[in-house]
Design a protein around this ligand. Sequence first.
Ligand code: AMP
Ligand code: GLY
Length: 433
Amino acid sequence: MNVLVLGSGGREHAIAWKIKQSEKCEKLFCMPGNPGTALIATNLAGGVNDFDAIKGAVLDNAIDIVVVGPEDPLVNGLRDKFAADSQLANVLFVGPSQRGAMLEGSKDFAKEFMSRHGIPTASYKSFTSVDIEQADKFLESLQAPYVLKADGLAAGKGVLIPETLEEAKASLREMLGGMFGAAGNTVVIEEFLRGIEVSVFVLTDGKDYLILPEAKDYKRIGVGDKGLNTGGMGAVSPVGFTDAQFMKKVEERIIKPTVNGLAADGIDYKGFIFIGLMNCNGDPYVIEYNVRMGDPETEAVMTRIDSDLLSHLEAAAKGELSGEKIVISEEGALTVVCVSGGYPQSYGKGYEIFGSEYLERSSVEDKIKIFHAGTSMKEGKLVTSGGRVLAVTVNGKGIEKSREIVYPEIDKIMYTNKYYRSDIGLDLLKYEK
Ligand code: AMP
Ligand code: GLY
């Protein structure tokens, strides 16, 4: 099969890397890709929302299957555009329809979906600027801290968790007043859940599903989970506190009702579902749905799949997932993201990355895999081009051992203002058997 992966981050590099191992993979393309994907695939010019460029690439390269990395094109209806185009309608497509993508594109839609289908989540109410007084009353009925979420996509920044009622009321007004643009025209206010978070990933064809390895993401910029929220500073899989008993609850209480709920609502969903969960004393609650894989979780998760991902993706896109079996490695994965100092606020770009002899080490046999996130080529040199620059994954048994291997590898990669969290995995040591 000829495959096109849409996107340009570490997630897409990891997905492409896994697809490349499949015997079914003939030609592999990424749009736009990055210097990492260029090592294993052909990068094509064009953006993930550029329908004409995507259509041209699919037709020119006889693409059999399109795999969408980020949520944006899905929320904008890329799948629906394929379905409506006579030249593209038969191309296999991994990613939900526009309605399905509302699970991520609208928090209010996601909450209504969960209450309709009895899926455990924090209790909530949604408000617009006309009901400020009711919103204040609802806040007064809750206990601190308060969780306020912009309804629409806000580049992962649309959640505020004020500590006091006064701050919560002020934040509510800022959100409704345009702090996150139109995404905040509706604000979801919900109960604060206490527990530990875990990311669960599902591939579904709308009827059946495969559960991928779970992962823990490290969202804050600073050691000890301090400071600003980022796109993700590291990931670990498996996650010690998600034992078989917990995962059984996740499957019965969340995954099955989600897949069945989509079908019952008549939503065409063939793609990934990333369920952000809170483990509250052993019971799972949904914090959010995403309609894509997580980043950097994917850079850990992909390295633990021993079966043929492309075969799974093909089956999902065809609606034939019932015959597929996923095989997950016993070895764990630990990923550390190297960022540019200053991220997630302003940071410099264009710094040359040294140590490139290490950067190409991402073959299947290597214990270390380096996935490119924010890199580009400038005058023949590899340079930084984003906040998150590289994701370095190590596979092996045990977090302590993995940490001993990964950090010296990171030391070999050099660029100005390199920063990474030195504590990835430490919080999970206590759950290891
Ligand atoms: P979201 O964008 O919905 O994933 O929210 C961002 C982060 O806010 C999550 O990863 C959680 O750490 C936190 N969060 C969101 N909702 C809640 C909640 N109801 N209770 C506690 N923490 C939450
Ligand atoms: N790592 C969290 C996300 O991809 O949204």
